[in-house]
Design a protein. Structure first.
Ligand SMILES: N[C@@H](CCC(=O)N[C@@H](CS)C(=O)NCC(=O)O)C(=O)O
Length: 257
């Protein structure tokens, strides 16, 4: 029995949703509404003490960390391989998944939170907000929620994260000019990790990722978007209230507001 606790198909949740669909593993979807702070509720923190999605539960065994979950899915289940067969290929793949986790994802996440969190927290009184934050298990995440809610990031920080996003896409462009997929000639979890971050970028970061500046990334993006596993992952539901906020964020980011 496989249960996947996830939010809407974006970022780290999208990463595992793509892998589970590409692999063809039957699973029960357990949607966790991050906008309602469900990830910090005691029942969920019992499953993942970090209070974050995604989480995979396989026959009662809990696996956290999206990149670890994806490797686990590939190792534990039948289906098309999502990792290269040879050690060097797997090492190349892991350089990409590590890069996404340590560099690309955090930069995107800070910028995303800067634009998004106020839409969630504006509905709460300061006391209600502090009560929600008090339940967050990780101090780093408490700090991030508070800073984003208060719009406390400086222009210098935002510019630096945007630079890191640009560097990430440039790095992908360079690789994809040489190989069809990010870790070589086969589709792997490197592509899954990068697409989970870059998939929505054309509408949010059109100046960084477009046909003119990054043609190979755009070609890869089109090929990725056509994959049945990716389509199935992207078709996982997003509640209307969350979609409304995503649309507002996309609009603000594309107009540079
Ligand atoms: N390193 C973790 C990060 C997980 C993570 O950042 N999850 C986000 C969603 S993409 C989350 O649950 N955020 C809600 C929160 O921190 O309150 C992973 O890769 O799984």
């Amino acid at each position: 029995m496989v249960d996947l606790y996830h939010a809407e198909p974006a970022a780290n949740s999208l990463k595992t949703l793509i892998a589970i669909h590409e692999k063809g593993v039957p699973f029960t979807s357990r949607y966790v509404n991050l906008h309602n702070f469900e990830q910090h509720e005691p029942w969920f923190v019992k499953i993942n003490p970090n209070g974050q999605v995604p989480v995979l539960v396989h026959d009662g065994k809990v696996i956290t960390e999206s990149t670890v979950i994806n490797e686990y899915l590939d190792e534990a289940f039948e289906g098309p391989p999502l990792r290269p067969a040879d050690p060097y290929g797997r090492a190349r793949m892991r350089v990409w998944t590590k890069f996404v986790d340590e560099y690309f994802c955090p930069a995107l996440s800070f910028i995303g939170w800067h634009y998004m969190i106020r839409h969630i927290t504006d509905k709460l009184t300061p006391e209600e907000f502090e009560a929600k934050v008090a339940r967050i298990p990780l101090k780093e995440q408490q700090d991030k929620w508070r800073a984003a809610a208060k719009q406390a990031y400086t222009q210098e920080q935002l510019d630096n994260w945007r630079r890191q996003v640009r560097v990430s896409i440039e790095r992908m462009e360079k690789q994809l000019a040489e190989t069809r997929w990010l870790a070589g000639e086969a589709f792997t979890l490197a592509d899954v990790s990068c697409y989970a971050m870059a998939g929505s970028m054309p509408s949010r970061y059109g100046d960084i990722m477009n046909e003119k500046v990054t043609p190979h990334v755009m070609d890869w993006h089109a090929r990725m978007s056509e994959r049945p596993g990716v389509k199935a992952a992207l078709a996982m539901p997003t509640p209307p209230s969350v979609r409304e906020i995503f649309d507002a964020v996309r609009q603000a980011m594309s107009s540079g507001a």
